[in-house]
Design a protein around this ligand. Sequence first.
Ligand SMILES: Nc1ncnc2c1ncn2[C@@H]1O[C@H](COP(=O)(O)OP(=O)(O)OP(=O)(O)O)[C@@H](O)[C@H]1O
Length: 307
Amino acid sequence: MSDFISIEAIAKRYPTRGGGTTTIFENLWLSMGRGEFGCIIGHSGCGKTTILNVLAGLDRPDDGTVIVDGEAIDGTSLDRAVIFQSHALFPWRTVLGNVAFAVSSKWPKWNAAKVKAHARGFIDLVGLSGAEAKHPSELSGGMKQRVGIARALSISPKILLMDEPFSALDALTRGTLQDEVRRICLETGQTTFMITHDVDEAIYLADRIFLMTNGPGAVLAEVVENPLPKDRVRTDLHRHPLYYATRNHILDFLVTRSKTFTAAANGHDPRNVPVVRPGIGEPTLVALAPAITDDIARPAGITGRHS
Ligand SMILES: Nc1ncnc2c1ncn2[C@@H]1O[C@H](COP(=O)(O)OP(=O)(O)OP(=O)(O)O)[C@@H](O)[C@H]1O
């Protein structure tokens, strides 16, 4: 897969009170292909939001560079839309006004009718038709997040960046919005980078899951290729024969390897991070699942290198 997003040797450091320096991460490499959905997982403080902010152009790395679609990132751009956990809507604007504002910022030459028609299309896409005239104060948390998604997608961003977008929502709304986002991303081929702490959310949404070790000095230790089929359904995830293998692999990382991983001991090459595809390793499970093909029944193993 060609590198649509290429994070190259980035580092982030902060001065400490004692006059020293804390290195959040350094020499971090990560790449994604066009149309790919990537999730990054790691414990609090490892630098996930920092990486997302660097991708958004909201923060600058101390070293390294980030290339998106062949161009180095230099500040924010309407090519990159961000959805935060908090909705960040303009409270004085209606639903239509919030989305239309983004549309007219991206295409300032469009007349009002064209802007509104375009904005309405995305309000419809996220299931908010009929709520165009409401203000954010009249909306539920889930509806506000839908407006945020409509606003982000309405400007046809090259990449969609999401920082725990569903974590403040109740389970039912979270599930519905995960379904919506997955449907839209599959339909539109939207390249998406998302931070989550929810392993199931990552397995449902992501094509690949980036595993970060604990900070400071965090490293991208491994890239997990999602072995579940593209047409997976959220409510049936747990029935898929590879679901638990994938879930356990990621949880094992979070519970132990994220803390014990040392780059030197693991021969870690930040430019060539292992890409792992979980499979069914327990012979008894294979025996109980005769319909599993050789292809998906192979044990967990390294399938390639990530650079
Ligand atoms: N302005 C700052 N000055 C000093 N340290 C900072 C600053 N901003 C972030 N940090 C530190 O950088 C580290 C990475 O922060 P970041 O928000 O990227 O982590 P995260 O993995 O997204 O965490 P969480 O999951 O809790 O959101 C943290 O230890 C944080 O304290």
